[in-house]
Design a protein around this ligand. Structure first.
Ligand code: ATR
Length: 264
């Protein structure tokens, strides 16, 4: 029962209404008997939102687009991997000190763990999610990636940022289709834009990964015979690591899949 001792966790972003994070984290609080609730807030002003976290003693936050980069400047300390990625998706409020982490890359790492990455790989997009995926490929031992982004300058920034770790080749849109693995990290689908690639131009042997859970793009790819992986696993594992940071509990992954794939 919610009472005066109940702790608050939340996700902030814009848009936020399709987030599955409240469903998953609340199910886990219940499963492990933790007196806490998890809510979603659509936020316009990130600075005010972070001040609110301190002011209200909110215990932990997930941060989603478009704030994953911008939020960093309002935090007290950033974990070293998140610093390299330049983007955070998880905050822990430790007695008024806000610590930032990136668990997206751990979620994506889990997605590619059993995939042969000794292939040509193209990343679409150059935001915070893209940076997390690039870092996961680096951790997997990949030496070079192709990257396409609508705004060249943003892709170029990533190339410079990761220059010491992994080679990023900036490619033109028409060259996306030459790759064996294509990873969509853009927010185009979430923001309701047109698909960012033409599925008819993809090689039937290619693998399409979309980091969005329950991705429409992956459903459309399946319909034209292209092998795809959506972001469900990435979502569950980023949540697993966030939950561990907040509570020290390693939640039951199978239960998490049941919660997410179960009735809404
Ligand atoms: P996130 O933290 O989820 O990565 P982000 O930092 O806002 O979110 O980055 C979103 C990415 O999706 C960017 O690479 C953006 O391209 P720009 O750098 O050109 O802005 C890309 N993106 C968003 N909408 C898009 C669209 N309709 N077509 C192509 N790319 C899009």
């Amino acid at each position: 029962m919610i009472g005066p001792q109940t702790k608050l966790y939340a996700i902030i972003g814009k848009p936020i209404k399709h987030s599955l994070s409240p469903k998953l984290h609340n199910a886990m609080f219940e499963k492990y008997g933790i007196d806490a609730v998890y809510l979603a807030f659509e936020v316009n002003n990130i600075k005010q939102a972070v001040e609110g976290v301190k002011g209200l003693g909110i215990k932990g936050l997930n941060v989603t687009l478009p704030f994953k980069n911008e939020v960093i400047k309002f935090l007290d300390s950033i974990e070293s991997q998140a610093k390299i990625i330049g983007s955070i998706n998880t905050i822990k409020n430790s007695n008024g000190t806000l610590l930032g982490y990136n668990t997206d890359y751990l979620g994506f790492f889990e997605t590619i763990k059993d995939i042969d990455c000794n292939k040509s790989i193209c990343i679409l997009g150059s935001g915070g999610a893209s940076a997390a995926c690039i870092y996961a490929f680096y951790k997997k031992g990949v030496k070079s990636l192709n990257i396409y982004n609508r705004t060249f300058a943003n892709a170029f920034k990533l190339k410079e940022q990761f220059g010491d770790l992994i080679t990023l080749n900036l490619i033109e849109k028409k060259d996306i289709y030459k790759n064996e693995i294509i990873v969509n990290t853009t927010s185009a689908g979430i923001l309701g834009s047109e698909d960012i690639i033409d599925l008819n131009l993809l090689n039937k042997n290619s693998l399409l990964i979309d980091i969005v859970y329950k991705s429409e793009l992956i459903k459309k790819a399946a319909a034209v015979g292209i092998n795809g992986i959506d972001g469900t696993k990435m979502f569950i594992y980023q949540a697993y690591h966030a939950f561990k940071i907040w509570t020290d509990i390693e939640f039951d992954i199978n239960h998490a899949f049941e919660v997410i794939n179960g009735p809404s």
